[in-house]
Structure formats: structure tokens, C-alpha cells
Design a protein around this ligand. Structure first.
Ligand SMILES: [Zn+2]
Length: 113
């Protein structure tokens, strides 16, 4: 899981689209500037501040995005989230977080014990 990196200068988040790293997996659509070409930030052009996000930072990043996605009374998402289609059960996505990032949604992302 090192396909996401962050520019600490402009706060831009980028997907390294090397297909071998599973860029397709992160089909982020228009949510981000999708591509990181070369070694400088496509946003601000600076290369000194790019850093890979660690697993928990990545998880938190996506968790925040998920937090903005409306959910209906059946707990199904009403907008596309990454590769999850509209109508996906919210808890299925929570499960994905736990599998993918090897953490506990309740403990690590919601700060519940
Ligand atoms: Zn930048």
C-alpha cells in the first residue's frame, strides 16, 4: 500500500498510477488530481514535500471522504465511493477498510474503544 502520496506543501494527495501497484483499484475519478508524473508535485511543482502516506493516514484520508458520502436509511451509500457503487452497504465498506488497512474502524478511525 504505497500508491498514495501527499504533498506537504500544498496538501495535494496523489495516486501514483503505476498500474503494478493497483492504480485501478483506486479508481478515484475526479476526486483528486489523479496522476503523479515524475517526482514533483503536479499541483505546486515542488518536489521537496512529497511523502508516502502511512497506512493509518491513508485510511483516515479515505475515511474522511467516506464521511461526506450520504447514506440512506438502509445504510447504503448514495454516491460512488472509490470502486464501490451506489447502493453498497456501508458496513461492507467498513469491512474493506479493516481488511485493506489492517485496522479496526471503531478503534482506529472512529476512536471508539
Ligand atoms: Zn504540492
Amino acid at each position: 500500500m504505497d500508491s498514495i502520496c501527499k504533498c506537504n506543501n500544498c496538501e495535494g494527495v496523489f495516486v501514483d498510477t503505476n498500474p503494478q501497484v493497483g492504480a485501478k483499484f483506486f479508481d478515484l475519478g475526479s476526486m483528486f488530481i489523479q496522476e503523479l508524473e515524475g517526482h514533483s508535485c503536479p499541483n505546486c511543482g515542488v518536489d521537496d514535500y512529497l511523502s508516502d502516506m502511512n497506512s493509518l493516514d491513508e485510511a483516515s484520508f479515505f475515511w474522511n471522504i467516506l464521511g461526506d458520502i450520504p447514506v440512506n436509511e438502509e445504510d447504503e451509500i448514495e454516491e460512488k465511493f472509490l470502486n464501490f457503487e451506489i447502493g453498497t452497504d456501508k458496513f461492507e465498506i467498513w469491512h474493506w477498510f479493516e481488511e485493506k488497512f489492517d485496522l479496526s474502524v471503531a478503534k482506529d478511525l472512529m476512536n471508539l474503544e
